[in-house]
Design a protein around this ligand. Structure first.
Ligand code: GTP
Ligand code: MG
Length: 359
């Protein structure tokens, strides 16, 4: 076993500027735009992909390398934070709540001559509800598709929890090995790290153990170097200007779901789903995005809207600001909150979430 401790700590990138929006009062739907006009629109499907922050220098094909890695772990370990940091842009949403990621999301990182393809996965735990089963199934299937290695992320602050043991047992049953990535080391005193690493090593399936902070970047470059070193010689699998495999219309719905996760509490974030219904390109270069937030009860709808529509307006405003930064153009975001009691048992909703429907 090798234990890698973090070296230098790169700075956190500057936060994007948040503009105050002049919001209108709205009821059921939240139209967050003030000067929306409806002519000359072009229907578009929003199926374009997200480009990386800057195009990497081109590398001759015979020097190119590719690696496919899955990032698995218990809910909230920091998997999506790590994938975003490796990619250099936000491809997967993040929140302080468990079970934020619901489906597998591919993030593509360029690292010197290597294209590192990461499968971000939902957290693995003991699922009860149908949606939870679909999420955990997607996580294991993501783990199965990692041709070049498996990164098992462990929240160093929480240590070896029941969920961690559950995952380790699952890997052992399949005779699989992995690299352990102890995350959130910024929250832990240094002297507690080595005993934890020894304990993790004792689980018996890890070839290497890394210690990182996905949040502040500490140790992440060393991890990327190590992954690039084991990537296979061979041409890149994705165009070098592609950061993810998720269509923009899916990412747009995820961004809204993230803001809902941040604004709502208790069971509510788990009782809703967001879908992009329409994506329209405007001649002035802006995009109109229409989305539906499905909730399960009228009482939930009231909470999502908030008094005088305040909650949905806040969510829409935060989502629009971020979408404008990502898309680098003006966005008109229309959110509709609909009650659909049984959306979590509707196969069509699972297709929209890019999940298999568990019977
Ligand atoms: N202090 C600290 N917080 C972190 C670190 N990495 C992630 N977090 C926080 O941990 C929380 C969960 O991060 P996510 O990236 O959403 O975790 P995840 O493993 O993708 O979670 P699920 O998708 O729910 O399984 C967020 O609040 C992150 O900001 C870290 O290195 N240090
Ligand atoms: Mg996640």
């Amino acid at each position: 076993m090798t234990i890698e401790t973090p070296g230098k700590t790169p700075g956190t990138p500057a936060e994007g500027e948040i503009r105050d929006e002049d919001l209108q009062e709205g009821g059921l739907a939240s139209d967050l735009d003030d000067d929306w006009d409806d002519d000359d629109e072009d229907e578009d499907d929003g199926l374009d992909m997200l480009p990386p922050p800057e195009a990497p220098a081109s590398v001759p094909v015979d020097e190119q390398k590719t690696g496919f890695f899955a990032v698995i772990g218990a809910p909230n370990a920091g998997k999506s934070t790590l994938v975003n940091r490796l990619v250099g842009s936000k491809v997967s949403i993040v929140s302080p709540k468990v079970q934020t990621t619901r489906s597998r999301i591919v993030g593509i990182a360029m690292h010197g001559p290597a294209q590192l393809v990461f499968i971000d996965t939902p957290g693995i735990f003991r699922p009860k509800r149908r949606l939870e089963k679909a999420m955990v199934q997607a996580a294991w299937s993501g783990a199965g598709d990692a041709g070049d290695g498996l990164l098992m992320m462990i929240d160093a602050k929480r240590g070896i929890t029941d969920d961690v043991r559950l995952i380790v047992d699952g890997l052992k049953a399949e005779g699989r090995r992995a690299w352990a990535v102890l995350n959130k080391v910024d929250l832990l005193a240094r002297e507690k790290l080595l005993p934890l690493a020894a304990e993790v090593d004792g689980l018996g399936i890890f070839d290497r153990i890394f210690m990182i902070s996905a949040e502040n970047g500490s140790g992440v470059d060393d991890l990327a170097d190590a992954l690039a070193a084991i990537a296979r010689k061979g041409p890149w699998m994705y165009p070098e200007d592609q950061a993810s495999d998720v269509p923009l219309r899916f990412l747009a719905a995820e961004i809204v779901r993230e803001k809902l996760f941040l604004s709502l509490h208790e069971e509510l974030p788990y009782a809703l789903t967001v879908e992009t219904e329409a994506w329209t390109e405007k001649p002035d270069g802006s995009a109109r995005i229409d989305q539906v937030v499905y909730v399960q009860r009228e009482s939930h709808r009231k909470i999502v809207l908030g008094a005088g529509g305040r909650t949905i307006k806040h969510v829409g405003s935060a989502a629009r600001t971020e979408l404008q930064q990502i898309l680098e153009r003006r966005v008109h975001l229309f959110l509709f909150v609909k009650v659909r009691e049984s959306w979590a048992d509707d196969p069509e909703r699972y297709r929209e979430m890019n999940l298999d429907y568990p019977r």
